[in-house]
Design a protein around this ligand. Structure first.
Ligand SMILES: NC(=O)c1ccc[n+]([C@@H]2O[C@H](COP(=O)([O-])OP(=O)(O)OC[C@H]3O[C@@H](n4cnc5c(N)ncnc54)[C@H](OP(=O)(O)O)[C@@H]3O)[C@@H](O)[C@H]2O)c1
Length: 274
């Protein structure tokens, strides 16, 4: 199942995250994710695994044009200036072993560098080296600023979303601007005890699904894109969330778990730069 971005490009609603995956583990994880049926991979310059992710795509045998590949520009590179940003995009293309990137995001709103970074990203779209551009961890004020000069509207804002951080207002704000939300950290990065929640436990029992599947289904059913990271043993389980649905009442029950709780206070864009 895919969603249409505001530039007409389709994105698979569920993808595989790769944060913390390094070396052969990253290559094998990406290769196995694609073999299991994923067609969307999320990486970032900061994850230091772009070369391995690129190799994993090649090893999978899945054609490049069947995979939606996202990477993100790292804050330290944005701070270095325009030349560093251009060089880093060229390096991402080389490491990922691809003639084009499907989606390039500004990873964090590095205030003084967003404008020139966006302009550079727009120029790569015009050259055909990036198909879509977007942002990550942008609050409404960051987006309003960017939209005052952007010639190309962001297609996506990738933000933290899980049952304890439902982001209702932020999601509505982005939707009004035609910007899709991509949920990172759907399981609270493994740092919040989501599986211990009694409401989610009872829903898992009711639907005969795992708690992880209930969480992912809640995100998918809200019309969001998500990129859970997992070991290969969970690939099929996570993909199967496209095949069942939660009732409106149960969706509301999960909405009610919100505590505006981030997996780490560092992840609050208001606290950036760390
Ligand atoms: N834009 C940003 O600033 C930003 C920030 C953070 C993350 N991200 C992206 O979002 C992706 C996802 O977020 P995340 O990696 O931080 O955390 P996450 O996906 O919330 O959590 C990963 C944890 O969930 C577990 N898990 C996944 N599926 C499971 C299942 N079916 N059953 C049991 N456990 C399961 C994994 O365990 P196992 O490893 O044992 O399977 C792992 O410990 C990242 O990999 C990255 O690509 C973006």
């Amino acid at each position: 199942m895919t969603l249409k971005l505001n530039n007409g490009i389709e994105i698979p609603q569920i993808g595989a995250g790769t944060w913390t995956l390094r070396g052969d583990i990253a290559t094998d994880n990406v290769c196995m994710a694609l073999k299991a049926g994923f067609r969307h991979i999320d990486t970032a310059q900061m994850y230091e695994n772009e070369a391995e992710v690129g190799q994993g795509i090649i090893n999978s045998g899945v054609a490049r044009n069947e995979v939606f590949l996202t990477t993100k520009i790292a804050p330290p590179i944005m701070r270095e200036g325009e030349e560093a940003v251009r060089k880093s995009i060229d390096e991402s293309l080389t490491k990922l072993k691809t003639p084009y990137i499907d989606l390039m995001l500004i990873h964090w709103p590095v205030k003084e560098s967003v404008k020139f970074t966006w302009k550079i990203m727009e120029s790569y779209v015009r050259e055909g080296k990036i198909r879509s551009i977007g942002v990550s961890n942008f609050n409404p004020n960051h987006l309003e600023d960017l939209l005052s000069y952007a010639e190309i509207r962001p297609v996506i804002n990738q933000i933290e979303v899980h049952p304890y951080m439902s982001q209702e207002e932020n999601i509505a704000f982005n939707r009004n601007l035609g910007i899709q939300i991509e949920a990172w950290g759907p399981f609270g990065q493994g740092d919040i005890d989501i599986v211990g929640n009694p409401t989610l436990q009872s829903l898992a029992k009711k639907y005969q699904k795992t708690i992880s599947q209930i969480v992912l289904r809640w995100i998918i059913q809200r019309g969001l894109i998500t990129i859970p990271r997992c070991k290969p043993k969970h690939f099929t389980e996570n993909l199967e969330v496209m095949q069942f649905s939660l009732t409106d009442e149960d969706m509301q029950l999960i909405n009610g778990l919100n505590q505006n709780l981030r997996s780490n206070p560092r992840n609050n864009p208001e606290n950036f730069p760390w």
